[in-house]
Design a protein around this ligand. Structure first.
Ligand code: PLP
Length: 369
C-alpha cells in the first residue's frame, strides 16, 4: 500500500526522546518544550510560541486568550476541517461561514464583508492543504472593522505569503503537529503570536490558570493543554529538518503536476504568485470530463494498493452543527462542489519518485479502461 501520509522519523527523534526518558523530564516542563516554543516561533517570524496538546486546543486557546465568548461571532471558511469550527463553539461564540475561492479552496475574501455584523470579533482564515490565504485582503477587512485575525495554519507549516510565514501574518497563528502534518510531535499544536498580552494569557490558560503568585489559586477558568517534553523532543528534531520536509512536499507536488497535467478532467492544485504552497496534501479535483467519479476512482486506486482521502465535507452540511441549530439551510456552492470532486493522493515527505510514477500511471490506466 502506498499510504496517504507517513511521518519521517530518524535517529535524531530517538536520541532526543531517549534523553527525556533517561533524565526523567517526561512531563510538561523541560528543555525541549522551551526550545520548540522558541525555535518554532522564530521560524514563523513571531516572538512567542505556546505549545499545546493539539491543533484543536491551539485554536481554542487562541480564541479564549483573545477573550472570545458567548455573543461574539467568528468568521470561518465553509470549507475546512471541523476542528476549526469546534474551537469557535467551545468558546460559546457563533461560527459564521464564508464560501471558498474556486482555485485556492481558501476562504474567499470578497465574500467576507457581507458576513460582518456588530458581533463579529475575529476572522479565522484556514490555509487549506498548505496554500496560504489571500492575507492582504483579509488584513485590510480586519483593519477596517477592527477585528482580530487568527490563522489556522494547521496544514501550512512553512507556507509563505509575500515572504511572510503562514501563521505569523495575523495577530495569532495556530498549528497542528498531528502525525500527518509537515512536522509532527505525534499529537500536539502551537499558538504563535507577537502580541505580548495574548501570549501571557495563553500561557496562563493552558496550564489550568494557576496563579503565578499563589499556587492552587485561580482567577481564570484554565485548561490543561500542556504538551509533554517527550512530544516536544520529537518536534524539535522535526523542526531541525523542516526545510528538507517542506522542500520534499514541494518537489513531490511538482512531479505529480508534470505527470498529471495532460490528463483531461483533472484539476491540479494551484500556487498563486508571491506565495509558497507547501502542498501538505497533494490535492486534485476530478471533473466530469474525467469519465469516472471521484469515488469510483478512489475505489479503483485502493484496489491497486494506493491510499487516498476525500476532501472535507462542508461545515454547513455537518449533522453535529445542524443538530445544534447552527448553519442550517445555508448554501456554499464552491465548498459543496469541492467536497464532491476533491481527493488527495499519497503526499508524505518521504514519498519516492517511483511511487508518484506508479500513482500517476495507475490513474491513466484507470481512465483509459
Ligand atoms: C485545518 C485544520 N485545523 C485544525 C486541525 C486540528 O488539529 P489536531 O488534529 O492537531 O487537533 C486540523 C487537523 O488536521 C486541520 O486540518
Amino acid at each position: 500500500m502506498i499510504p496517504v501520509c507517513e511521518p519521517l522519523l530518524d535517529e535524531k527523534e530517538l536520541a532526543y526522546v531517549t534523553d527525556c526518558l533517561k533524565t526523567n523530564w517526561i512531563s510538561s516542563k523541560g528543555k525541549y518544550i522551551e526550545a520548540l516554543e522558541e525555535d518554532f516561533a522564530r521560524y514563523c517570524g513571531c516572538e512567542y510560541g505556546i505549545a499545546t496538546t493539539s491543533g484543536t486546543t491551539a485554536l481554542h486557546l487562541a480564541l479564549a486568550s483573545i477573550g472570545i465568548g458567548p455573543g461574539d461571532e467568528v468568521i470561518v471558511p465553509a470549507f475546512t476541517m471541523a476542528a476549526t469550527v469546534f474551537a469557535v463553539i467551545y468558546t460559546g461564540a457563533k461560527p459564521v461561514l464564508v464560501d471558498a475561492e474556486p482555485d485556492t479552496w481558501n476562504i474567499d475574501p470578497a465574500k467576507i464583508e457581507e458576513k460582518i455584523t456588530g458581533q463579529t470579533k475575529v476572522i479565522l482564515p484556514v490555509h487549506i492543504y498548505g496554500h496560504p490565504c489571500a492575507m492582504d485582503a483579509i488584513t485590510k477587512i480586519a483593519e477596517k472593522y477592527n477585528l482580530w485575525v487568527v490563522e489556522d495554519a494547521a496544514e501550512a507549516h512553512g507556507a509563505e505569503y509575500k515572504g511572510k510565514k503562514a501563521g505569523g501574518i495575523g495577530h495569532v497563528g495556530c498549528f497542528s503537529f498531528y502525525a500527518n502534518k509537515i512536522i509532527t510531535t505525534g499529537e500536539g499544536g502551537m499558538v504563535v503570536t507577537n502580541e505580548t498580552k495574548i501570549a501571557q494569557k495563553a500561557r496562563l490558560l493552558k496550564d489550568l490558570a494557576f496563579s503565578p503568585e499563589k499556587r492552587f489559586f485561580h482567577t481564570h477558568l484554565g485548561f490543561n493543554y500542556r504538551m509533554t517534553n517527550i512530544q516536544a523532543a520529537i518536534g524539535l528534531a522535526q523542526l531541525e529538518k523542516i526545510n528538507h520536509l517542506v522542500a520534499a512536499r514541494r518537489r513531490n507536488a511538482h512531479y505529480y503536476n508534470s505527470l498529471l497535467k495532460d490528463i483531461p478532467g483533472i484539476t491540479l492544485p494551484v500556487e498563486r504568485e508571491k506565495v509558497k504552497n507547501v502542498y501538505w496534501m497533494y490535492s486534485i479535483l476530478i471533473e466530469d470530463e474525467f469519465g469516472l467519479s471521484r469515488d469510483e476512482l478512489m475505489v479503483k486506486l485502493k484496489e491497486k494498493d494506493i491510499e487516498t482521502r476525500t476532501f472535507f465535507y462542508p461545515m454547513h452540511q455537518q449533522p453535529v452543527f445542524q443538530e445544534m441549530g447552527l448553519l442550517k439551510d445555508e448554501k456554499y456552492p464552491i465548498a459543496e462542489a469541492l467536497a464532491q470532486k476533491g481527493l488527495y493522493l499519497p503526499s508524505g515527505s518521504g514519498l519516492k519518485g517511483e511511487e508518484i510514477e506508479k500513482v500517476c500511471q495507475t490513474i491513466k490506466e484507470i481512465r483509459s479502461i
